[in-house]
Design a protein around this ligand. Structure first.
Ligand code: SME
Length: 160
């Protein structure tokens, strides 16, 4: 059994440190990409408050394909360049969106979503996948969340 339940009183920086350390421990000796993404989706859900979706899209040919996640069923295929996830995959840059309704082309998989953070996972300069976090709270994600999830993406680069 794995029990990584974070203390509810943790400050955001410590929360991200513990999330990364739990992710390292869980994926360190496992080479299966799907198993690792599934466990990391569950960990992000446990560690980060106010989420309604946490998971992965993988880059396959010229589109993003839904990967392991926690949350409501979601759009399966997203063309590169479309929506927040497609923008992150096409540019290779983190997308921190305070108000999804103000993001041109945002794809609403869950009408409850109000803000979103998408971080690309790269290997040798190529985007392999993106980590997608959605929240029902406006402006839920901060620059600190972006840095924390970027560290997680670096860790996962060789493990998915
Ligand atoms: N909102 C995303 C689509 C994926 S769902 O949020 C799970 C986007 O605009 O790319």
């Amino acid at each position: 059994m794995f029990d990584f339940s974070p203390d509810p009183g943790l400050d955001p920086a410590e929360r991200h440190r513990q999330l990364c350390s739990a992710a390292d421990a869980l994926t360190d000796s496992e080479s299966d990409a799907i198993a690792n993404m599934a466990n990391i989706a569950a960990l992000m859900w446990e560690f980060l408050p106010e989420l309604n979706w946490a998971g992965f899209y993988r880059v396959i040919d010229d589109e993003l394909v839904l990967g392991p996640f926690v949350g409501r069923p979601a759009c399966i295929r997203i063309p590169l360049g479309q929506g927040v996830c497609g923008a992150a995959a096409a540019s290779g840059d983190t997308q921190l969106v305070e108000d999804v309704h103000a993001f041109p082309g945002h794809i609403a998989c869950d009408a409850a979503s109000r803000s979103e953070l998408v971080v690309p996972i790269k290997r040798d300069g190529r985007v392999l996948a993106v980590i997608d976090l959605d929240s029902p709270s406006p402006a839920r994600f901060t620059a600190e969340d972006a840095r924390g999830i970027e560290r997680l993406a670096e860790l996962l680069s060789g493990r998915i």
